[in-house]
Design a protein around this ligand. Structure first.
Ligand SMILES: *Cc1c(COP(=O)(O)O)cnc(C)c1O
Length: 369
């Protein structure tokens, strides 16, 4: 029996993508697989395990709850919470044995008050030009590091920054950020031993080995999505997710008959229209109204009419050979055809990250070989 809407996730692809990323790392740099936002919509636990099997030695998430969930699932790898933490969230992260990021002495003071079983491992974040988390003042970052180093219950574990434009090949901001960070790292290494220094996201990892330092933090590439928004195959990455539904109904349309809310599409000629029970309540966004293709019977068919919460309609053409119950692929391959998350993202004027993260919880994720 087909499911109304289903995401097939291939842990094998995640594993191979990690192995491919590992091969790109020079000088013994480690791979940290970023599994925040439920593994970019793919399922955090399965992807964490697959990434570790593929050679990742660290994991990273954005929130304390995400860290606690991985630990509750029995995952024991070194785990970094990259996001900001409130005083209320901090104990959850630390009790999960996760490492955390600091950029202010106030935060370090709060960390030092936590009574955990083990000393907390803390990474200092320098904002070299992302303009988001971190201090943009290297002296302040140094001061934060000194406070961590001086605190009995804290360990200075690493230094980090984050790039704003690594996915824009040839831009000048990326090398400028890298230079600022490198200078900071050189100063700090002279003072502290054993720091894990990390900066690169997926795009930087693929673009510039000079950004690898001791570890890279790859997210999107782990899932076989192209950080440059092009074809992941160009980077030898394998998409790990397919999104499918099925033909719940097929009906004959006469010219002038319309499909969906607001009559945003009307048949011009006699045709067959298929109904797929998937909609924006599943994360198939309303912006795809009259604006994407779906694979049915091994061919591309235009999605026609308004995307509703639970259903969409597709134009199957005048003499269709498909029938109720047939599989429909929204992201993935069927026959010789392929629809990528990058293609859907382009239709929506967004990025592949948002397409897979947006697949709603009511879509079951199942492991696929
Ligand atoms: C999400 C995130 C990453 C991973 O970025 P990708 O582009 O998905 O590889 C790395 N570092 C930080 C700080 C992040 O927030």
């Amino acid at each position: 029996m087909p499911e109304r809407a289903l995401a097939r996730v291939r842990p094998g692809a995640v594993e191979r993508n990690c192995a491919r990323l590992r091969r790109a790392l020079g000088g013994g740099a480690e791979l940290c697989a970023v599994v925040k936002a439920d593994g970019y919509g793919h399922g955090a636990e399965r992807c964490a395990r697959a990434a570790l099997a593929g050679g990742a030695s660290w994991l990273a998430v954005a929130t304390a709850v995400e860290a606690a969930e991985l630990r509750a699932a029995g995952i024991e790898a070194r785990l970094l919470v990259m996001g900001a933490l409130t005083a209320g969230e901090m104990p959850l992260a630390l009790d999960a044995g996760a490492e955390v990021v600091a950029w202010s002495t106030d935060f370090v003071r709060a960390l030092a008050e936590h009574r955990g079983r083990r000393p907390a491992q803390v990474h200092v974040k320098l904002d070299t030009g992302m303009g988001r988390l971190g201090t943009d003042d290297p002296r302040e970052a140094r001061g934060v590091a000194r406070k961590i180093d001086a605190a009995k219950r804290l360990r200075l574990a690493g230094l980090m920054t984050h790039f704003a434009t690594a996915d824009e090949r040839g831009d000048e901001h990326f090398p400028a950020q890298l230079e600022r960070f490198s200078a900071f790292v050189a100063d700090m290494r002279a003072e502290y031993a054993g720091l894990v220094v990390h900066a690169a996201n997926s795009a930087a990892t693929l673009r510039d080995p000079g950004s690898h330092f001791d570890m890279v933090r790859c997210g999107v590439a782990v899932y076989g999505l192209d950080p440059f928004g092009r074809d992941a195959a160009e980077q030898e990455l394998e998409p790990a997710l397919e999104l499918e539904s099925y033909l719940a109904a097929v009906k004959r349309f006469k010219p002038g008959q319309s499909a969906g809310y607001g009559r945003r599409w009307t048949a011009r000629e006699p045709t067959w229209v298929g109904v797929l029970p998937i909609g924006y309540g599943d994360g198939w966004r309303r912006g795809l109204t009259n604006n994407c293709d779906v694979l049915v019977g091994g061919r591309r068919r235009p999605l026609v009419g308004t995307v509703s919460m639970d259903n969409v309609t597709v134009d199957l053409g005048p003499d269709t050979e498909v029938a109720v119950g047939d599989q429909a692929v929204l992201i993935g391959t069927q026959g010789g055809e392929r629809i990528t998350a990058e293609e859907v993202a382009e239709r929506l004027d967004t990025i592949n990250y948002e397409v897979t993260c947006g697949i709603a919880r009511r879509v079951p994720r199942v492991d696929s070989p």
